[in-house]
Design a protein around this ligand. Structure first.
Ligand code: BES
Ligand code: ZN
Ligand code: ZN
Length: 496
């Protein structure tokens, strides 16, 4: 899909569809929509007066051959209340427009932002909405619908706004394409994405983007004494991989932070001997979403070039049942030297993150963020709406929450009182991998990882509820979401 700028006056644009949006108000026909209404001889006001066009969020009004306009269709999308309008709203509108027009076999359309955002922010949000909205999960369907959007022109940007809009378009394109890179990885079934294949894809991405990459095989992982990661991997015929991708800026200031991004990549989670129920187990191919997110972030950073060093650390393994699998009660020694009693083999994400977080610190990370589909309990707490946020350092955590707000990703911080730490005190080893208390499953999971972060400012994102859309949204296909990528890219750019 091509996205270009078009400077022709929009009422005279010849296009298959002209798309814009209206705000929910007593008089929704305002701003540029009022211009269109004048060209169309008051048709839009008439529809609004009839009550059919109100501007309610994602209300669709599609007019064919609107009199006075050269466009074959005019699509007006409800943007909700104007005082709540932001880049996230515009992103959804652009995505929803693309998906609805694509379903109608439209190939080319024009998008006209109404008032409300700077040219740069608007162009970025539109690009992000269009490109993430265009992503489909039909890779393995042999009867693919040949519905495809070829090009979208962005209209309504004045010559003086053009440079800023171009910047926004470029940034939005990089971020959205990286988000789709992540979503593509998450969508792969586990037979097509083993730890080895994930490592190959990470290497290919790094080479293409000009990033440094290292992949450790099972021998190197053993030599490094990553006992927690190995304990999860030992039940699988597929060997684990440990992926390290590094972005080094051209110039670093002395004393600048080094950001470590650690992502859980369990390419399939059966639960191991503490096996999961069959119903819904197929979804556990997405248990590598945290790792895929960090790889996508690195892909974006390579193009956006922040002035801060970033290291992504992605431990990749399956969690399988079998004669060699670890068993409840087994005691493992992590790379840090801490001993872990594995009371439940299904709490495997925290095990592999233990070694990855420790290793990221060894590489010099001064600030850590991990992302993981860690707990079913986060779905109980926050449903599929908010990412669960946990942190050991409020200043660092606040930065992330600010980035989440700025990029329109819903995230909610949960408490990490010391009392919860008691839940994972081990009976026969230093710590145990599930809590002994009742409830607080996501918090005990976070505390387990924090044990390995130590004094290094650390944030944990539990994306188990948000990395996968069980149902399609008007602006996004069903399946992988690529959640947290935008926030993390913003966080790194802000730290530099
Ligand atoms: N990958 C799962 C988390 C998960 C579970 C995501 C259900 C989405 C839906 C993780 O490895 C896991 O199984 N966690 C256990 C932890 C428990 C044993 C303490 C869970 O949440 O049930
Ligand atoms: Zn599990
Ligand atoms: Zn898991």
């Amino acid at each position: 899909m091509q996205i270009t700028f078009e400077t022709k006056p929009y009422p005279t644009l010849e296009t298959e569809a002209l798309v814009t949006y209206v705000f929910e108000a007593d008089e929704p026909i305002q701003g540029r929509v009022a211009d269109l209404d004048r060209a169309a001889g008051g048709l839009l006001k008439k529809i609004a007066t009839s009550g059919e066009l109100t501007g309610k969020s994602l209300e669709f009004t599609l007019l064919h051959a609107p009199a006075g306009l050269k466009a074959a269709r005019l699509l007006l999308i409800g943007a909700g209340k104007r005082d709540q309008f932001n880049a996230a709203t515009l992103r959804k509108i652009a995505g929803a427009a693309l998906r609805s027009l694509k379903a109608k076999s439209v190939k080319n359309f024009a998008f006209l932002p109404n008032e409300g955002l700077s040219a740069e922010d608007a162009a970025q949000a539109i690009a992000e909405g269009l490109i993430t909205g265009d992503f489909e999960t039909d890779k393995y369907k042999t009867d693919k619908k040949d519905k495809k959007i070829d090009s979208v022109s962005l209209v309504g940007f004045s010559d003086s706004e053009k440079p800023a809009a171009e910047k926004g378009l470029a940034r939005g394109t990089v971020i959205a394409e990286s988000q789709n890179f992540t979503r593509d990885l998450v969508n792969e079934p586990s037979n097509k994405l083993t730890p080895r294949i994930l490592a190959e894809k990470a290497e290919a991405m790094a080479k293409e983007s000009g990033l440094a990459v290292e992949v450790f095989d099972e021998k190197k992982i053993a030599a490094l004494k990553m006992g927690a990661l190995l304990s999860v991997a030992q039940g699988s015929a597929e060997p684990p991989r440990f992926i390290v991708v590094t972005y080094t800026p051209a110039n670093t200031k002395p004393g600048a932070p080094v950001i470590g991004l650690v992502g859980k990549a369990v390419t399939f989670d059966t639960g191991g001997v503490s096996i999961k129920p069959a119903d819904g187990m197929e979804k556990m191919k997405y248990d590598m979403a945290g790792g895929a997110t960090m790889l996508g972030v690195m892909r974006a950073l390579a193009a956006l070039k922040p002035s801060v060093k970033v290291i992504a650390v992605v431990p990749a393994t399956e969690n399988m049942v079998g004669g060699k699998a670890q068993k409840p009660g087994d005691i493992q020694t992590a790379m840090s030297g801490k001993t872990i009693e594995v009371l439940n083999t299904d709490a495997e994400g925290r095990l592999i993150l233990a070694d990855a977080v420790h290793y990221a610190k060894q590489l010099g990370a001064t600030h850590l963020v991990d992302a993981a589909t860690l707990t079913g309990a986060i779905v109980v707490a926050l449903a599929n709406i908010n990412v669960g946020v946990f942190g050991s350092d409020q200043a660092w955590t606040d930065k992330l929450l600010t980035s989440a707000k700025a990029t329109g990703e819903k995230m909610w911080q949960l408490p990490m009182d010391d009392e919860y730490r008691e839940f994972i005190k081990g009976s026969f080893a230093d710590i145990q991998n599930i809590g002994s208390g009742k409830g607080g499953g996501s918090i005990t999971g976070a505390w387990f990882i924090r044990e390995f972060a130590g004094d290094t400012p650390w944030i944990h994102l539990d994306i188990a509820g948000t990395a996968w859309n069980d149902d399609a949204k008007p602006w996004l296909a069903k399946g992988p979401t690529g959640v947290a990528l935008r926030t993390l890219v913003h966080l790194v750019l802000n730290a530099s």
